[in-house]
Design a protein around this ligand. Structure first.
Ligand code: NAD
Length: 476
């Protein structure tokens, strides 16, 4: 597939390519141009040329185009989901949810387009003020590989509705579904140049987007270390930055929780997308009164999970997206075995055998009795490995939950309102779920505290973050 600049499929300026392979089979799927900073400059020119006309359209008209695009995505959801599974690895069922989720996000923003708001401030005899939100201009979007379709929706939906144009860079292992969606948005009526997709490496294309002086805002989603680099690259440029970074979400299970429902919550919360979700359950704290029963039940469910090629029926977990990702997870688990930092209850290694050897498969893994300083607790585990710790009371659970540099999401599983209130007030996280984890509908603001990032995406808050405030003072 080619890049999409100014509404046209375009090759890269230096003729080099990136092969996209299926992480379950190693089979070549397609290739995309390995772009250069010149391609970013070309995309910025296209975005600049489209900017004036797009921002002058009434917001309701922009919303109608997003709504039309959502309809086309729903019509083609199976094809897009198959492409997503092939390049990313996730089970087709999850890919279908993700593609429909993209359509829901566009529909949400189309829905609020009728409520374009401002403010009037009456100042008495000296005058009156009118406060409006106007588009920022050209926005940059940098996307990771784990949920490329949803995250493209979180960025394009509010940015385009607000009247901005965009230069978007997908991850190098998952560019195809993003390119396909960009072509659909164009077909739905986006004027050429409103949305441009440039493919290539992070160091080249990502950095060029961050550094380009005409790109006034960058929304980046990815690893914390890359987020820090993005911040450095943008320093001195006075650029608006949204950073959606990694997490190490705690899940707290109290002794009054409904055990079977909570076991299912932990299973989905951790192993959805083979554990490669920013806000997956990454540390599980269970009240000691129910810990044995809970862990036994969870282990049975984990051992029943079926890992394989996401295109095959009945698969619960696909492969890890790349050899490097699997290597990272293996290293963290090796620490447990080699340094005695915990006890592996099940899993703990790569899957091998004829159906697995060509892919990057890892056994769903449970680890108990993890030492407090172990990397499994201090770093983000971006794969199907769950550390489970027993805690004597809520105070300890909250203390342990907060013993992390991250602050993306957290959940508490309980039937007690007072417990809920304490967790909500005291745990440092951008989203706190009660008897749920992972669910992020388009209406809710989403983002992290501490090293999990800066800014919020999703919901009407995101629309504001893609706008700037302008005031008119009327002196009578
Ligand atoms: P990554 O940081 O390796 O890459 C993310 C994107 O940044 C890719 O497109 C990459 O090419 C680009 N990039 C790499 N170097 C760059 C540079 N120097 N300048 C600009 N761009 C650069 O992350 P990943 O491995 O693709 O994604 C997984 C991470 O994303 C996890 O940490 C996960 O928790 C996080 N994530 C966060 C959220 C959230 O909303 N908070 C959502 C999904 C994923």
């Amino acid at each position: 597939m080619l890049m999409r600049i100014g509404g046209k499929d375009t090759g890269g300026s230096d003729g080099r390519w990136i092969d996209v392979k299926n992480p379950a089979t190693g089979v070549f799927i397609d290739r995309v141009p390995s772009g250069t900073p010149d391609d970013v400059a070309h995309a910025v020119d296209a975005a600049e040329a489209a900017s004036g006309g797009w921002k002058k359209k009434p917001m309701r008209e922009r919303g109608m185009i997003l709504f039309h695009a959502a309809g086309l995505v729903r019509e083609q959801h199976r094809d897009i989901a198959q492409l997503l599974t092939k390049e990313q690895g996730k089970p087709l069922r999850e890919a279908i949810d993700e593609v429909r989720g993209f359509a829901s996000i566009l529909e949400f923003y189309a829905g609020i387009s009728a409520h374009s708001s401002g403010e009037a401030i009456r100042l008495g005899p000296s005058g009156d003020c009118m406060v409006v939100h106007e588009p920022i201009g050209i926005c940059g979007a940098i996307i990771p590989w784990n949920m490329p379709v949803i995250i493209m929706g979180w960025k394009t939906g509010p940015a385009l509705l607000a009247g901005n144009t965009m230069v978007l860079k997908p991850a190098s292992t998952t560019p195809l579904s993003c390119l396909k969606l960009a072509a659909i948005l164009d077909k739905a009526g986006l004027p050429p140049g409103v949305l441009n997709v440039v493919t290539g490496s992070g160091e080249s294309i990502g950095a060029a987007i961050v550094r380009h002086p005409l790109i006034r805002k960058v929304s980046f989603t990815g690893d914390c270390t890359t987020g820090q680099k993005v911040r450095q690259q943008a320093s001195g440029l006075l650029k608006d930055l949204t950073l959606e970074l990694g997490g190490s979400d705690p899940m707290i299970v109290m002794d009054d929780a409904e055990i079977d429902k909570t076991v299912e919550g932990a299973l989905r919360g951790r192993f959805y997308n083979a554990g490669q979700t920013c806000t997956a359950v990454k540390r599980l704290y269970v009240h000691e009164k129910i810990a044995d029963t809970f862990v036994k039940k969870l282990r049975v469910r984990v051992e029943a999970l079926k890992t394989g090629n996401g295109l095959e029926p009945g698969i619960d977990l696909g492969p890890m997206n790349s050899a490097e990702q699997r290597e990272r997870i293996s290293d963290m688990v090796k620490d447990v075995t080699e340094k005695g930092e915990g006890k592996i209850l099940t899993g703990g290694c790569s899957l091998t055998g004829p159906s697995y050897d060509a892919g990057h498969f890892y056994h769903p893994t449970l680890v108990s009795d993890v030492s407090p300083g172990a990397r499994l607790l201090t770093d983000e585990i971006f794969g199907p490995v769950l550390p489970v710790m027993s805690v004597p009371d809520l105070d300890t659970a909250i203390f342990e939950a907060n013993r992390s540099r991250y602050g993306l999401g957290a959940s508490v599983w309980t039937t007690n309102l007072a417990t809920t209130k304490r967790v909500f007030d005291e745990v440092h996280a951008g989203v706190i779920w009660v008897n749920r984890h992972l669910t992020v509908p388009p209406e809710i603001p989403f983002g992290g505290m501490n090293e999990s990032g800066i800014g919020r995406e999703n919901g009407s808050h995101a629309l504001e973050s893609y706008s700037r405030t302008k005031t008119l003072f009327l002196g009578w």
